[in-house]
Ligand binder design. Structure first.
Ligand SMILES: [Ca+2]
Ligand SMILES: [Ca+2]
Length: 198
């Protein structure tokens, strides 16, 4: 029994110590969008060789699903997809395959959403199986704001919003970090100028 235990522990340590190739299915897109606007997120993988994939993505109800372009790069021979959901959550399911495999890092899908409610919302790769094995997954959090650059919430983007950025320079407050870079700084000034309303 002792030797069996030693073998078991030894095997466990060996498996734990051996590095394995890990891949991640990711979803990327804008970090901040204006309410009522339509934007695109991209679902991809960093795996360099894909024969078959099955990806399931969910989104909250304050994002309205618009269109799905599965395999936008034409990397696969076989593509099917379905969408569905209920009052609180929608989902997109995609399957892809190629008889002789695809070498490269394919884009699995592009999905268009329209923002229909203010606040943070998360687009989640719930599951991804690539070449028959579970892939790592990531999610994307999008902040839906009433009007991009309107940091004081008066419905206009103007000098007063520039003052808000200047007065909170170097902070990480998401209200004044209008470009979502993580800090309040110069790029927020140019973001406001680019979204100027009066
Ligand atoms: Ca304003
Ligand atoms: Ca910023």
């Amino acid at each position: 029994m002792k030797s069996e235990l030693a073998i078991t522990i030894g095997l466990f340590l060996l498996i734990a110590a051996v590095p394995y190739a890990s891949a991640t299915t990711s979803v990327s897109g804008p970090s901040i969008v204006a309410n009522e606007s339509t934007f695109t997120v991209t679902v991809g993988t960093d795996l360099a060789s894909v024969e078959a994939a099955h990806i399931n993505v969910t989104h909250p109800s304050n994002l309205t699903f618009e269109t799905l372009r599965a395999d936008p790069g034409g990397s696969f021979d076989f593509t099917r997809s379905q969408t569905g959901g209920n009052a609180t959550t929608g989902w997109v399911d995609i399957i892809l395959a190629k008889s002789d495999g695809f070498t490269g890092t394919p884009t699995f899908a592009e999905i268009d959403f329209t923002a229909t409610g203010i606040g943070n919302c998360t687009i989640d790769v719930v599951s991804s199986r690539v070449n028959g094995a579970a892939d790592g997954t990531e999610s994307l959090t999008v902040e839906v704001i009433a009007l991009p650059g309107d940091v004081n919430g008066d419905g206009k983007v103007n000098y007063r919003d520039l003052v808000g950025v200047i007065d909170n320079w170097g902070e990480s407050d998401t209200i004044y970090d209008v470009d979502g870079s993580g800090t309040v700084g110069y790029s927020d000034l140019t973001f406001i100028v680019d979204h100027w309303t009066d």
